[in-house]
Ligand binder design. Structure first.
Ligand code: ZN
Length: 496
């Protein structure tokens, strides 16, 4: 949806800029293709001073948000900036922002506490959209964001087209995405990328992204089914301290989970950050330095106890003492698959998870949900939750998709050998309760099971891309049967 608005915005912009100017002189703007109201202040709630005719020449006085204060021959007032255009005979005002810093944060709003959308690296060039106080708004890939003016240079002219800045990463956000040898749907398929897989971006063309497979070979993916990000998502320069979230957090000699543990630090403790390596912070301990994973610490300067919602019924039951993580796939901006009839995968996974949780809790299990609302949770945070509480099982719930709408059925995936038995028990019991095509138990290279030390499985409960299957699997009755099958499988696995 946002993309469509941007498209419309640019089409309008093009239309406006091609309107012949009425006059130039000191005027740097003109009213767009329709008559507009000039208002007393920068907002639709201010009284209208007059209505200006399409093409009326204007002079900019100042900006406030999306509003511009302008002067005409007889009036001074405010106009919405989307209703004005730059006259054609004015000097082209294209300006480019050149980043003067590495890991320069691109933020959603022009202030330092706004969420970070992306980062720019020294020399990255992006189109300038507008300036506001100490901030400039830029166009970055397919989005708009703000960067602090003090870290950029502004030059006249168009940006060197660089829609895929250094180190950009493309993360697949659907369960299976065809890799092709050229950027179009007719191109030869050369493989399948899986949910959560990340690739280095080489090139972008229309809605396609060219990725590096292994340093030698490349492939094209439809970019709608993924998200772009920079390799590093944190900026050390703005955040000089890290606060530990969990007790017994490991500090390692190297920036990876296999690095030797050289110290353990505890919730609430603060350490100076002296460097960043990928997803790790190098921190200063009293007499040494070490690395800590950025997903187990907070950098906002405050202790933020992670919100782990543990649900324990306190009931005695056959699963008493067992802790099970239920992972409803996707969430927030990551919608997962969209069904033929418009079902969002993220919504049905959440409903399914709630039902499964209730059944397991009733049997005495302690349940932790990786999300309980329509929110975005990173894959590594999902896995990390299970590790933190030392869960006995991790169940990831998904609904499948395929370009071929004829494909149907349910699959249960495992990655590590120790996950096979749980996958088998769940799948067998699941298939006894539902009537979908049985695609069996299969190995699958999904992040949430691959990076999981627990007995973890990923269940695909049918294809939303098949119209009749979509209708079936989005019903409450199906969810009831499916969760009953999964529940029976878990009971069987734990020996009951
Ligand atoms: Zn999914």
């Amino acid at each position: 949806m946002a993309k469509n608005y941007q498209k419309i915005f640019f089409i309008l912009l093009l239309l406006f800029t091609s309107i012949p100017p009425v006059q130039a002189a000191n005027h740097d703007l003109q009213v767009g293709s329709a008559d507009v109201n000039l208002r007393e202040g920068p907002g639709l709630s201010y009284p209208v001073l007059t209505t200006l005719k399409s093409g009326t020449a204007l002079t900019t006085v100042e900006h406030s948000g999306d509003w511009i204060k302008v002067k005409t021959k007889s009036y001074e007032g405010w106009l919405a900036n989307w209703l004005v255009a730059t006259p054609k005979n004015a000097t082209p005002k294209a300006q480019t922002v050149v980043s003067q810093a590495d890991k320069l944060n691109v933020r959603m709003e022009p202030n330092f506490s706004a969420p970070i959308l992306a980062q720019l690296y020294t020399g990255d060039q992006v189109p300038l959209l507008q300036e506001q106080d100490d901030w400039v708004q830029i166009q970055w890939q397919n989005q708009k964001g703000w960067v602090a003016k003090e870290y950029v240079a502004i030059k006249a002219g168009d940006a060197t087209v660089d829609t895929a800045p250094n180190n950009a990463t493309f993360t697949v956000t659907v369960d299976a995405l065809r890799m092709r040898n050229a950027p179009n749907l007719d191109a030869t398929e050369i493989g399948v990328a899986r949910y959560g897989e990340q690739f280095t971006v080489l090139n972008q063309q229309d809605n396609w992204v060219e990725i590096s497979l292994d340093g030698k070979n490349t492939a094209w993916l439809y970019s709608f089914y993924g998200s772009f990000s920079q390799a590093a998502t944190q900026q050390a320069s703005e955040q000089n301290y890290t606060t530990v979230i969990y007790n017994e957090t490991n500090v390692r000699a190297t920036a990876d989970t296999n690095g030797d543990v050289i110290a353990r630090i505890h919730a609430g403790e603060k350490y100076p950050i002296i460097g960043v390596a990928g997803d790790w912070y190098e921190i200063q301990l009293q007499d040494m330095t070490g690395f800590v994973a950025n997903w187990v610490v907070s950098t906002d300067g405050q202790t933020q106890q992670e919100n782990i919602n543990v649900h324990s019924s306190g009931q005695q039951g056959v699963l008493s003492g067992k802790t099970i993580v239920i992972d409803p796939g996707h969430g927030g901006q990551d919608r997962g698959t969209t069904g033929y009839r418009g079902t969002d995968e993220k919504d049905v996974t959440l409903k399914t998870a709630a039902l499964l949780s209730a059944k397991l809790q009733a049997a005495g299990a302690t349940i932790v949900l990786t999300r309980e609302a329509d929110e975005y949770v990173t894959l590594r945070k999902r896995v990390s939750l299970g590790h933190q509480i030392n869960a006995d099982a991790f169940i990831s719930l998904h609904y499948d998709a395929n370009e071929n709408s004829a494909v149907t059925g349910s699959t249960t995936y495992y990655f590590h050998e120790n996950q096979v038995n749980l996958a088998m028990a769940i799948h067998e019991n699941l298939m006894q309760k539902i009537s979908l095509n049985d695609r069996g138990v299969q190995p699958g290279n999904y992040y949430v099971i691959r990076e999981n030390r627990q007995e973890a499985v990923l269940i695909e409960l049918g294809f939303l891309t098949n119209p009749s299957e979509e209708q079936l699997i989005t019903s409450a009755q199906f969810r009831e049967q499916a969760t009953l099958g999964i529940y029976n499988g878990i009971l069987q696995y734990f020996g009951h």
